[in-house]
Design a protein around this ligand. Structure first.
Ligand code: 5GP
Ligand code: ZN
Length: 127
């Protein structure tokens, strides 16, 4: 079996490898979930594939299963942290307009207070 994709310079690959500490809330063979170091909500968890995939733009058909597993992990984490009834939001930022800052796919799970919608206007003009 091919080894999992790993990127030496990636902070989330280092978290998966245990080289950088994190407050884990869920782990299985393919997925890791941990609290965001700079939470934007009362509950802010990042759910990531253990394999390095930089952005949604890099996804291939063979990644369909892992992306489904991120969703299933989100359901478990939401239930575990008491958000299943009150609600939560799942966010995947891709690229500059979405302010992606870590280039290892991650799903934000945020909740614990009422949110606004939509997430516009941002800081810049439309283009
Ligand atoms: P993005 O803007 O790329 O969608 O989100 C990246 C997220 O990763 C940010 O919310 C940021 O706070 C979080 N983050 C960045 N570095 C670390 C880290 O070393 N540990 C943890 N737990 N979160 C991190
Ligand atoms: Zn990575």
């Amino acid at each position: 079996m091919a080894s999992k994709r790993f990127e030496e310079s990636c902070i989330f690959c280092k978290i998966v490898a245990g080289q950088i500490p994190s407050k884990q809330v869920y782990s299985d063979d393919d997925v890791l979930a941990f609290h965001d170091v700079n939470p934007a909500a009362p509950v802010h968890v990042l759910i990531i594939p253990k394999e390095h995939i930089p952005t949604i733009n890099d996804l291939q058909a063979s990644d369909a299963e892992i992306m489904g597993k991120l969703m299933l992990a989100a359901r478990k984490v939401a239930s575990q942290l008491g958000l299943a009834e009150s609600g939560y939001r799942l966010i995947l930022n891709c690229g500059p307009d979405a302010l992606q800052s870590v280039f290892h796919i991650h799903m934000h799970l945020v909740g614990g207070q009422k949110m606004g919608w939509p997430p516009f206007p941002g800081d810049a003009q439309a283009h």
